[in-house]
Write a protein that binds this ligand. Structure first.
Ligand SMILES: N[C@@H](CCC(=O)N[C@@H](CS)C(=O)NCC(=O)O)C(=O)O
Length: 191
């Protein structure tokens, strides 16, 4: 069994896998998807041209959620409940919205246009939905859902994506997990 994880240091979708794979040996192959060699390499592996991509014994697996499911089946991780799956979906769509806003800012896209506004509204709606949950005992556990939320929120703070990522509720959630060695060793600020 050999795993190669293709990704970048700052990507929150890659970081969630690096954290989820804390106890699974893998090679981490860092590429820069915004420069020609990295982009060409990625396109050969994944037609969606997105990271992460996991190569499992030579076979590519696309999309971090599918990669988690694939690893879960292989390593007998406990399956998520329906409630956890829904929470994961909400968190992922918030992360997608953040990545979209980040790329639009990089492209000097007009931030008041309808699409970035919709992305912004989605971030607000998911953040509001999560805000009281982040203080619950469940959110203090370390599992696929909370590590995904950690990766997403910490990246949003790091990239200054949205003012809500600077809220006291977010800071309190991050503080619950910041002591973990895998959180510290995958910090995007160190990449
Ligand atoms: N649904 C995908 C999203 C991955 C994603 O958005 N990756 C970003 C980096 S954080 C990316 O590759 N962006 C480049 C692009 O979309 O062109 C997953 O979970 O793997």
């Amino acid at each position: 069994m050999s795993y190669i994880l293709v990704g970048s240091m700052p990507s929150p979708f890659v970081r969630r896998l690096r954290m989820a794979m804390e106890y699974i040996p893998f090679e981490f192959k860092v590429i820069n998807i915004y420069e020609a060699p990295g982009a060409a390499e990625l396109l050969k592996l994944n037609p969606t041209n997105q990271i992460p991509c996991l190569i499992d014994d030579g076979k590519p697996v696309w999309d971090s959620r599918i990669i988690l499911q694939h690893l879960g089946r292989k390593h007998n991780w406990e399956p998520l409940s329906l409630e956890q799956e829904n929470r994961m979906t909400a968190i992922e769509r918030m992360m997608d919205a953040g990545v979209g806003l980040f790329l639009m800012k990089k492209s000097n896209f007009e931030q008041t246009a309808m699409y970035p506004q919709r992305l912004n509204d989605r971030i607000v709606s998911v953040m509001n939905w999560l805000s009281s949950w982040m203080a619950t005992p469940e959110a203090g556990e370390w599992n696929q859902v909370t590590l995904t939320l950690y990766a997403g929120l910490d990246w949003m703070k790091f990239r200054d994506i949205h003012p809500l990522a600077q809220s006291a509720a977010v800071d309190a959630f991050l503080a619950r997990h910041a002591h973990r060695a895998i959180v510290q060793s995958t910090d995007p600020r160190k990449g």
